[in-house]
Design a protein around this ligand. Sequence first.
Ligand SMILES: CNc1ncnc2c1ncn2[C@@H]1O[C@H](COP(=O)(O)O)[C@@H](O)[C@H]1O
Ligand SMILES: [Zn+2]
Length: 353
Amino acid sequence: MQKEKKREVEEMMEWCVSMPKVELHAHLNGSVRDSTLLELARDLGEKGIIEFADVEHVILKNDRSLVEVFKLFDLIHILTTDHSTVTRITREVVEDFAAENVVYLELRTTPKRNELKGMSKRSYVDAVLLGLRSVEHVDVVLTNAFSNGKISAVSSPAKNGSTRKRIYVGLLLSIDRRETTASAMETVKLALEMRELGIVGIDLSGDPRLGNWSTFLPALEFAREQGQFITLHCGEVYNPDEVRAMLDFSPHRIGHACLFEDDAWTKLKSSKIPVEICLTSNVRTETITSYDVHHFADLHEAKHPIVVCTDDSGVFSTSLSDEYRLAASTFGHPHAPKLKEITFFYITDCNAE
Ligand SMILES: CNc1ncnc2c1ncn2[C@@H]1O[C@H](COP(=O)(O)O)[C@@H](O)[C@H]1O
Ligand SMILES: [Zn+2]
């Protein structure tokens, strides 16, 4: 019996891996392989910049609270400061998503300035783009169409009869909640300048306990006036005023939507703003107490546009296939058709508009 159960789980996982998938909420520095982080940490240890023994267990730790997650990001950012490392992690992250049959990826990252390394926000993004161009064994097609449903190109046949895997990639530039209005504006202007190079829009993220919505609003309003697409991390911690203000702003998508008051929940559902669902991230950071009470079920039931995403596959040791398997086993197991419905709901719903 146990053997049968095990086989069932394995079959479900194989199916989740083989299925073509769409990933719309993945942070670059949160998706780095542990092996790469360890290698970079060892390197900096040898140069005497950090103490490897102090950071090894931080990288390998599995269960992390929200506070620990953001401490880990501070460490990861120390390990990935130079251009060549940014290029390398981008290449690896895209290869990893392509390996599990992600066919459309919106990758997000915060452009960073680092005078010591001669890095500007622009050169950071250039390093990311170079990473996209240096992916091996997979055709990377840059897209500048934010996923508002127009992703039919995903199923178009490969050119020149090529049998190589193909992945469509768009970049979202993130504003970190620690930034100033001027710095947020700089990121928006950069995204506009680089629109034709594969920048699909703007994301607001960062430690949700920090910063004020009003700081970022001018830059986000400017972005929207200029026709940019916007997705916001919304309701990751309890902050009802901010959630209301974000819904009033009417972004093109939101991430998480965990801690909403009833009035905001009703408003979200009538707004049909698509929600990026990150199951493992929400439970690991204790934003949601357990999978079975996750708002995924409510939104799915209401046929609200949702999309299953990883958030930080490296930090939370997950993959998009794992997230689908988790969704299936919690909300639909063992009926594959139900899972299919979950998978493609977002796309079909938006195409119908
Ligand atoms: C767990 N939930 C989360 N909530 C909010 N922001 C998050 C996040 N996970 C990641 N980030 C944001 O993404 C950055 C890392 O990638 P990049 O350096 O931009 O590539 C983090 O520093 C944080 O700002
Ligand atoms: Zn996120």
